[in-house]
Design a protein around this ligand. Structure first.
Ligand code: ADP
Length: 349
């Protein structure tokens, strides 16, 4: 408890009480007892009365204010026991009102954050259900047609089953990406950082994507022969995911018969830059700022046609940023795009 001493109230209260009682005493003595009080006695009486009333008033005042303020503090700390409770109770109204203002500001900021989160949650839910709806309805459509009799026509049934299966593949891809992004966004993203050879990882991603590249007749290669390993530090599985997403995009949005080139170059003193360049459709400048947002697509139908979930680049950004690294994009519409990200070289660890 910290009480700011405000004596003026107690002073004036005791002053008036002393004045009234001294006058009363003087008059009673003069008229009823027929004596005049000695100056010494009168001064002693004034002194005692003044000090006693002053002390009582001051004491009562402090207790009164303290109890009232304590109530305010208690009711505020019910709302926010964390920060308000820590401060000692003060009867200094100025600092009290400052504290209450600070408290209100704090609450306003918290409300703002909660509203933002709520909006984000609502938007995210809306996006997810929208994403799932399209392939689900496609699958349902084919299954219903099959059930309505198309199953008896061998030619059609085969085609429809294949299409329904494609829809299921899309659903699985979306759910997988959603699962990954929710894991990445939860605070417990555990990076299993270790040294690895980035060239080897790039090669294994090339091998994994061979069929995809062939389908679109895209040549996928490294910019030069890397005869020596380039050791970097990071979570190898997650970096493989980054490379896969970026290379898959370069295939999806690259032109048929086009080229995707991956290069590894030194960046600043202790880093390297992994660059994925394609000569595909490119991205207009106005889209660049939003490219890494969840579910953002430049061309909705083109992305869906290519089986994209709209989450690929946001997954990439999450992983790169969790490594405390940077991601860059340069693109020219109709000419091609270059996505690049940094990684720490092993020598510096
Ligand atoms: P999607 O599942 O739609 O591919 P991404 O998050 O991977 O989602 O990409 C978001 C959007 O960015 C894509 O829809 C596409 O329009 C654009 N994009 C991504 N990579 C490239 C690229 N290499 N070339 C042109 N556009 C691209």
């Amino acid at each position: 408890m910290k009480i700011k001493k405000t004596y003026s109230f107690a002073f004036w209260t005791s002053f008036y009480i002393t004045l009234i009682t001294s006058c009363a005493l003087f008059l009673v003595a003069y008229f009823f007892l027929n004596t005049t009080l000695t100056l010494n006695f009168l001064l002693l009486f004034i002194g005692v009365i003044f000090i006693v009333t002053f002390l009582i008033s001051q004491y009562r005042l402090e207790i009164f204010i303290y109890q009232r303020l304590k109530k305010i503090y208690n009711s505020v700390s019910i709302l926010d026991s964390s920060d308000f409770n820590k401060t000692s109770i003060t009867s200094d109204i100025d600092s009290l009102s400052k504290e209450v203002q600070k408290f209100a500001q704090n609450k306003q900021e918290q409300i703002k954050i909660l509203t933002l989160r709520e909006n984000y949650r609502r938007e995210f839910l809306g996006n997810v259900s929208h994403e799932l709806k399209t392939p689900l309805f496609t699958v349902q459509g084919y299954l219903l047609t099959l059930a309505d009799g198309a199953i008896n026509d061998k030619k059609i049934s085969h085609k429809y089953i294949e299409r329904a299966n494609k829809g299921v593949d899309r659903l699985i891809a979306i759910v997988k990406d959603l699962d990954l992004i929710s894991k990445l966004e939860s605070a417990d993203l555990n990076l299993n950082k270790q040294p690895f050879n980035i060239i080897e990882v790039i090669q294994s991603v090339f091998d994994l994507l061979e069929i995809k590249t062939k389908k679109r007749n895209i040549s996928l290669f490294l910019d030069k022969q890397y005869n020596y390993p380039i050791q970097v530090i990071g979570d190898v599985e997650k970096i493989e995911q980054v490379l896969t997403n970026l290379i898959v995009n370069s295939i999806k949005y690259g032109k048929i018969g086009g080229t995707t080139i991956v290069s590894v170059t030194p960046f600043e003193k202790e880093k390297i830059l992994v660059k994925i360049s394609d000569n595909g459709e490119g991205i207009k400048a106005e889209h660049k700022a939003r490219l890494f947002e969840r579910f953002y697509r430049v061309d909705q139908s083109r992305s869906r046609e290519q089986g994209g979930s709209g989450l690929g680049l946001s997954i990439v950004k999450h992983i790169v940023e969790a490594h405390n690294e940077q991601i860059f994009v340069e693109s020219e519409f109709k000419k091609g795009s270059v996505f690049s990200f940094t990684l720490e070289k092993v020598e510096n660890i």
